[in-house]
Design a protein around this ligand. Structure first.
Ligand SMILES: Nc1ncnc2c1ncn2[C@@H]1O[C@H](COP(=O)(O)OP(=O)(O)OP(=O)(O)O)[C@@H](O)[C@H]1O
Length: 324
């Protein structure tokens, strides 16, 4: 297993008290998988991505374990974390304009990535080779004029171009896991489709695993091979993307799909989709029992009393009393 997360809990210390955001998350990700992490705003998706990249703020308290290739990330020192970032795990952020250093040219930043990659692979730094790696990466990311792009500053590029530069950087660094947190939400729709295709190409070319974080289940459907549905910091459903969309088991997954009318054509006619109003609960006041119970159309007494486990059913994992 490439990435193995066990009993991961994250809470934030705030002036209102402790917010327990992620609750005992167990997640295994294989080499080459593209896993869509979906859920409404506030479900804990970014917290999960930041925990894996060790980018949580100091107010976060983390418990559990996160292993990549058997190495426990949570026990790494700050110095070791810097080494692991980039070549083990690479993060693509939502806002492309904060991903690059605004006062350095694209070329400077790509050459820096090439230097890191060469040094970490035990090679001596060679600027000509670094330049060639950078140009090739830009060509792979469909820049017709890579030499020109190398001389540009981030503010001279569009959001879509910057995301492609960031992906070129990951092509140079060849991380084992790429975490993309809403990487296309700041882009317009046509550019969004191009960038999504580039993620897929990167996944094929490097056999890299991708965690694609998005609130948009239809986008997750297009890119992912597997879907993990988060609600109130819990995994509610996890399975192969086609089967989860065709036959969503958890009422919350059904709700997410019902919220996107175009998706209903992919759903089996046997599944009756309920559209569910309301908002996710606040972490300050989580309901007892199943965290989805106040919004669930199938709620039973047990749902209000005890929280269901995430149980395995064939190739799926589901957290719902309907299946226990
Ligand atoms: N630094 C922080 N301090 C306190 N609370 C935080 C902090 N960061 C996130 N939270 C809270 O943790 C919860 C989960 O946030 P998170 O950003 O992980 O969710 P998300 O699913 O990624 O949402 P979004 O799509 O809106 O980014 C939210 O209630 C949020 O307010």
């Amino acid at each position: 297993m490439l990435l193995s997360i066990r009993n991961l809990s994250v809470s934030y210390r705030t002036i209102y008290g402790k917010l327990n955001v992620l609750d005992n998350v167990d997640l295994d990700i294989d080499r080459g998988e593209i896993v869509g992490i979906v859920g409404e705003s506030g479900s804990g998706k970014s917290t999960l991505g930041q925990a894996i990249t060790r980018l949580l703020p100091p107010s976060a308290v983390v418990n559990g374990s996160i292993q990549i290739d058997g190495k426990d990330l949570l026990s790494l020192s700050e110095g070791e974390v810097t080494k692991y970032r980039g070549t083990s795990v690479f993060m693509v952020l939502q806002n492309p304009f904060t991903s690059l250093n605004p006062v350095k040219t694209v070329g400077y930043q790509l050459l820096e990535a090439a230097r890191i990659k060469m040094e970490r692979s035990g090679e001596k730094w060679n600027e000509d080779k670094g330049y060639e790696m950078s140009i090739n990466a830009l060509k792979d990311l469909r820049f017709p004029d890579p030499d020109v792009i190398m001389r540009k500053y981030p503010h001279q590029l569009s959001g879509g171009q910057i995301q492609r530069v960031v992906l070129a950087m990951s092509l140079i660094l060849k991380p084992k896991v790429l975490i993309a947190d809403e990487p296309t939400s700041a882009l317009d729709v046509t550019i969004q489709a191009q960038v999504v295709n580039l993620f897929k190409e990167l996944n094929k070319k490097l056999d890299i695993s991708i965690l694609f974080i998005t609130h948009d289940i239809s986008l997750a459907y297009v890119i992912s091979s597997r879907l993990v549905v988060l609600y109130a910091g819990r995994i509610m459903e996890d399975g192969d993307v086609e089967s989860v969309i065709r036959e969503p088991s958890h009422p919350y997954t059904q709700k997410l799909i019902a919220g996107v009318p175009d998706m209903s054509k992919f759903v089996s006619p046997d599944v009756k989709l309920e559209s569910i109003p309301g908002q996710p609960p606040s972490f300050m006041q989580l309901p007892s029992g199943c965290k989805f119970n106040p919004r669930c159309p199938f709620v039973m007494d047990v749902c209000k009393q005890r929280e269901p486990e995430l149980i395995k059913m064939d190739k799926r994992r589901v957290r719902c009393w309907l299946y226990e």
